[in-house]
Design a protein around this ligand. Sequence first.
Ligand SMILES: *Cc1c(COP(=O)(O)O)cnc(C)c1O
Length: 471
Amino acid sequence: MIYTDTRDSSVKVDFKTAVVNGMNAKTGGLYIPTSFPLLDPTFVNRVPEHSFRETAFEMAKPFVDGEIPDNELEFIIQDAYPFNAQIVPIDPVTYVLELFHGPTCAFKDFGARFMARVMSYFNRGENDNLHILVATSGDTGSAVGSAFHNVPGIDVTILYPDGKISPLQEKQLSTFTGNVRALKVNGTFDDCQKLVKTAFTDEELRKKFRLSSANSINISRLLPQSFYYMYAANVVRNRIPHDSKIEDASIIVSVPSGNFGNLTSGLIALKMGAPIKGFVAATNANHTIPDWIATGEYKARPSVATLSNAMDVGAPSNYERIAAMYSLDEVRNLFASYWTDDEGTLEAIRQCNEKTGYIIDPHGAVAWKAWNDIRLGGMEKLMSGNVETDTAKPGLTANIPAWAETVTSKKAVGIILETAHPAKFGATVVKAVGREPSMPDRLEKVLSLPDRATPMEKDYDSFKEWLVSNL
Ligand SMILES: *Cc1c(COP(=O)(O)O)cnc(C)c1O
């Protein structure tokens, strides 16, 4: 597969270059495949559907063609995914796609674990280890640390702001042994990021060590997220005749979004033939993308803190990829778009539990609320011309997607992406429903491990000295 750049379509690189570079330093653009080959319809349409890992293999193949042989790709997928994406029906027309069955209990495991193994593959035959430096304000660090833990040929150093992440998050990224180390920096997240950036531009350091990043914009984190969209859409299509018995149902996927990597992966699955009719772009008070869809103007802004904090992004980097794949009119046809505030999020956790018995985390709750409002009158109101045009008010944006009528005629079913286990956000869940969600064993276990983080000052000299004597 040839990859190009969102800012310069004359750029043409192979998969390895796109993965190793992360982004195109010359243009500041993001890598994107030049084509999205359709999966064979007999594969997609099979009843019963293919397993998650079989689906992952078929989808990954064209993107690594000629660079990773089939047997190696198969090993990468088996090793990356000892867990599954699970589909849970919570009412006859609503399915939750649980993406938290990986080691860190959040969907980022799907992207990070594939990326780690691909990087390790591309590093084979090198004499020196690859050193990954990652600054984190919380969740990314644990997904990346866990994904690379014990992966051959790679060392990871995680930097986080001391005292500024949740106790559970801190446990999840400071308790690794072996090739993954954590530094608790006496400063802010911005200080951590600055230390990493300075290291990357330090020629002297780069001569000594092979440094790399594990940024969320890396194409090898985005592609694997498309696997579970294809898998889930096939599972749901095969279940509809037994559950709601709707003929020719439209499948609508509601995605709780921050940086919009997850939703971009959904677009990749759609282009490759997943039986999906449309998407709901659901955000918290950081509603840059809903506003773009509503007004046609993209305006990045500073992020604001919310209960769904992994979605607190004011300048979503994958906007560039979405705009490279679809025109604004196409986006308005394909997406409904919706945002809610913290009050709405708490209300959604409570209502979802009351109506269905399901306990949803504050991120998934945003997506559930969007779908629930859309199907229970929101879309009908939109189509009758009764629209809210003030983008500062929560709710649906005024565009009417091409699939709107399938919702009002009750021929649509929804898939809600549940991106984290509710136990990771226990305090918010308790506030909404009055009880603690049950704690998965792997989270419980990490809480009792000893903290191994090394304290670090925020000046570059201290950091460099540590790197030189520890890498
Ligand atoms: C990262 C994250 C999101 C947002 O995903 P994007 O790809 O950035 O849109 C949503 N929920 C959780 C739990 C996350 O960790």
